[in-house]
Design a protein around this ligand. Sequence first.
Ligand code: ACO
Length: 336
Amino acid sequence: MKNIGVSIIGSGSAIPKVFLDNQQLSQIVDTSDEWISSRTGISQRRLADTTESLCSLATQASLAAIGQANITAQDIDLIILATSTPDDLFGTASKIQGELGATKAVAFDLTAACSGFVFGLVTAAQFIRNGVYQNVLLIGADILSRWVDWEDRTTCVLFGDGAGAVVLQASESDRLLGFELRSDGSQNGCLNLSYQPQAKEIIEGVNVSQGTYQPISMNGKEVYRFAVQKVPEVIEKALFRANLDVEKVDWLLLHQANKRIIDAVANRLKIPSEKVISNLSNYGNTSAASIPLALDEAVRKGKVKSGDIIAASGFGAGLTWGAIIFEWSGIKLSQK
Ligand code: ACO
C-alpha cells in the first residue's frame, strides 16, 4: 500500500475584541508593567467578554483556516478541538461542527492543556496516515480568563484568550517530518485547574460530589525549570526522528508562555533569535491557542513561506510536552 503523507495547507486565528495592558492590570493587583514585561515579555492580553464564547472564537478561526486552505466545510472529515476551557464539559467540538455546517465531519474535544495543539496535530495525522480521513480541521482554543483568579498576581498576569486553527490534508509527500510526545503525571500538582469536590447528601447515606472547578494554581518556578529542561530535549528528539539537523530549522515556534523560556530554549538549541516566532507580547499565554495563533500571524505576514521547516513545541499542565517538525505547505494539494 502506498504511504499517505500529511500536509498543513491552511491556518486561521481569532482573538477577542477587548484587551488589557499591564498598566490596567496594575490597577487590579499589586504589580507593574516593569515586573510583568521583564519577567514574562507580556505587554497586553485579549480577554473574551460575555458576548464571545469558545465556540464563536474557534468557529471564526476555523472559517479563516478553511478559506486559506481553499476547501469547503463540507470537505472536512474530522474536527479536533484542543481546549481545556470548553463552553460545555460534554465537549464544544460538535457545536463548532454545527456552526461551520461541516455535516460530514465527526468532531471531538481533546485536552492536553498548553500541549493540546501539538498533541492534536499528531492525533489528526494518524487518521490521515491510516487512510481513513482526507481533510482534518484542528483547532487550538482557550478562554483561560474564565478560570484565572483575578486577585492572584502570580497567575492573572500571564494568561489571555484566543483561538487558532489549521487544516491538514492527505498528500503524496509527508510534510509532518517528525514528532515526540511526553507526559509526566508525577508532576501533575505543578499546574492545575482542578475540580474541588463538595459532598451533598441526596438521600440519607448517599453522598454525591457537587463541587466546582478551582481557579488556576501554578508553581511558576517548577514549571519554568521543567520547560527549559524538557522542551529542548523533546525538540532534539523530534528532529532526530525527522532525520534533520537543527540548522535546517527555519522557524522555532514554541508555546507562548514566557519570553525567558523561549529565549532559553532557543539558546540551548543554538537557534538564532531571527528564527524565533513570538507574539507573546500582544496576547500572553493563550494555552492551546498560542501555537496556531502565532503560526497564523507569521503565515499571513508572509514570514513563514511554503517549504519552510518549523519546529514547534507545546508544554504545560499534565505535565505534558511535545514537539512536531513540519514543512509548511500552505497550498491546496491535488486530491488523492
Ligand atoms: N507582580 C509583581 N510581583 C510579583 C508578581 C507580579 N505579577 N508575581 C509574583 N511577584 C513577586 C512574588 O511574590 C515574589 O515576591 P517575593 O520575592 O517578595 O516573595 C517575587 O515577585 C518573585 O516571584 P517568583 O515567583 O520567584 O518570580 P519568578 O521570577 O519565578 O517569575 C513567573 C514568575 C513569571 C511565573 C515564572 O516563574 C514563570 O514564567 N514560570 C513559568 C510559568 C509558565 O510558563 N506557565 C505556563 C506554562 S503551562 C501553561 O501554559 C498552562
